[in-house]
Every structure is written in C-alpha cells, then in structure tokens.
Design a binder for this molecule. Structure first.
Ligand SMILES: [Zn+2]
Length: 229
C-alpha cells in the first residue's frame, strides 16, 4: 500500500486518524510512516512540520534510503522510546502544529510571489530559504542592480496581488509532482504548502535587498492572517 500525501491536497488539515503504514529504525532512531500523511518534510526551502502522534512530540523527515515515504521521527529522547512502541497497522491520531504550518505556508507562498514579480524585472531565480526570520529569495541579475528600486517595485507589486486576493491552486495530486498556479502570475512545479488565497497573507514586507557576490538577495517577512505572532 502506498502513502497518501494529504499535506499536498490540503494545507489546512491539522489532524487525522489513520493507520501506521510502516515502521523501522535509522540507526538507533525509530520512525513510523502514516498511511494518510499530513506532515510536510523539509524541502523547497520550507522547514519540516512538527506535531504529535497521540501525545508523542514528533517531526517529519525524509531519508534517502526510503525516499518514497514521508517519515515521522521523535522530537526528543523521551518521545523516541514511546515512538518505538508503535507498530505497523496500529491506528493513531496525528496532529500537526497548525500555526507553525500556516506561518510556513505563508512564507513559502510569498516566495512564489517574489520569484514571479522579480522575474519580470530581469532577475533570474537562483535559490531560496523560507525559514521564519531568515526568509529570502536569491537571484542572478542581468545588469546593474538598483536595490532601492527593486525593493519598492516588488513590495508594491506584491501588496497589489495580496489586495487582489487571487486564489492559489495546486493540481490535485496526492503523490506529486504537481503544479502550483496563481492566476495570471505563475505556474510553478512545487511540492510545498500554500495559502488558499493571497488575501490570507498579512504584514508582508521586503526586509532588505542586498547584493552578495553575483547574487541579489531579497529578504522578506509575511504572516498568515488570523494567527497571533
Ligand atoms: Zn510552492
């Protein structure tokens, strides 16, 4: 039986009751894999989801040796002992830290907006990091860089997009790869989590535009509406 990636279908699904598809150990560290998986593993610049299996604190992870499954591993030593007792076929309730998930989804979605708006200003995507407090997208410029103009242009364009409240669609695939579509703006291949509509992004700002070597680094902050920071 294969694992269904619920997190790719619904960013806002915070809890699920499902069975353990598989379990094992990587060295001394136990892991389990859920049949219906709601945990996003680190990737595409976005950090791993944290959460709980029952009351056991856990964090999502992928291992190169088990690449087709998203695993759940213990968040601390005590949890490691408890997780090791869970075996294949057991029904469990899994919960993610939903405020953390939504904060990450907001940062990641805004990364798409920065990429799309910067691309129209002669900047070519070169890398990203969507971790809270250090979120940035990096570009290679095609000519001289006017940092103040880039900051002003991108910030203004993205504020307009957020005010426009455009819907954010991901193609309905539980297995990926899938396409992320923001109407009239971008179609990107992506396995991250996204907000449902751009109007759910709040407090967006470009933190800085810096030139580092041959790259332009656009730092930014954004939150998910309705969450207390
Ligand atoms: Zn994405």
């Amino acid at each position: 039986m294969s694992q269904t990636q619920i997190y790719l279908l619904d960013t806002y699904r915070g809890e699920i009751t499902t069975r353990i598809l598989s379990s094992g150990k990587e060295g001394a560290r136990p892991w389990i894999a859920l049949e219906d998986n709601i945990f996003h593993p680190q990737g595409g610049g976005q950090p791993s989801d944290r959460g709980w299996i029952g009351t056991i604190p856990v964090v999502a992870q992928r291992l190169p040796t088990i690449a087709d499954l998203v695993l759940v591993t213990a968040a601390d030593d005590t949890a490691q002992t408890a997780l090791a007792h869970l075996t294949e076929g057991t029904t469990v309730t899994a919960t993610i830290d939903l405020p953390q998930r939504l904060a990450n989804a907001a940062l990641h979605t805004a990364g798409h907006l920065i990429n799309a708006t910067a691309g129209r200003r002669g900047l070519t995507y070169a890398g990203c990091n969507h971790f809270p407090g250090q979120a940035r997208v990096e570009f290679q410029p095609s000519g001289p860089v006017d940092s103040a103009a880039i900051q002003r242009d991108i910030e203004s364009a993205i504020r307009d997009l957020i005010a426009d409240d455009r819907p954010v669609h991901a193609s309905a695939s539980g297995d990926g790869p899938r396409t992320l579509v923001i109407d009239g703006l971008c179609e990107d291949s992506c396995a991250g989590t996204h907000v449902a509509r751009l109007g759910l992004l709040s407090d967006f700002q470009i933190r800085s535009v810096k030139v580092k070597g041959d790259r332009v680094r656009v730092g930014y902050d954004v939150a998910h509406a309705g969450l207390v920071a």
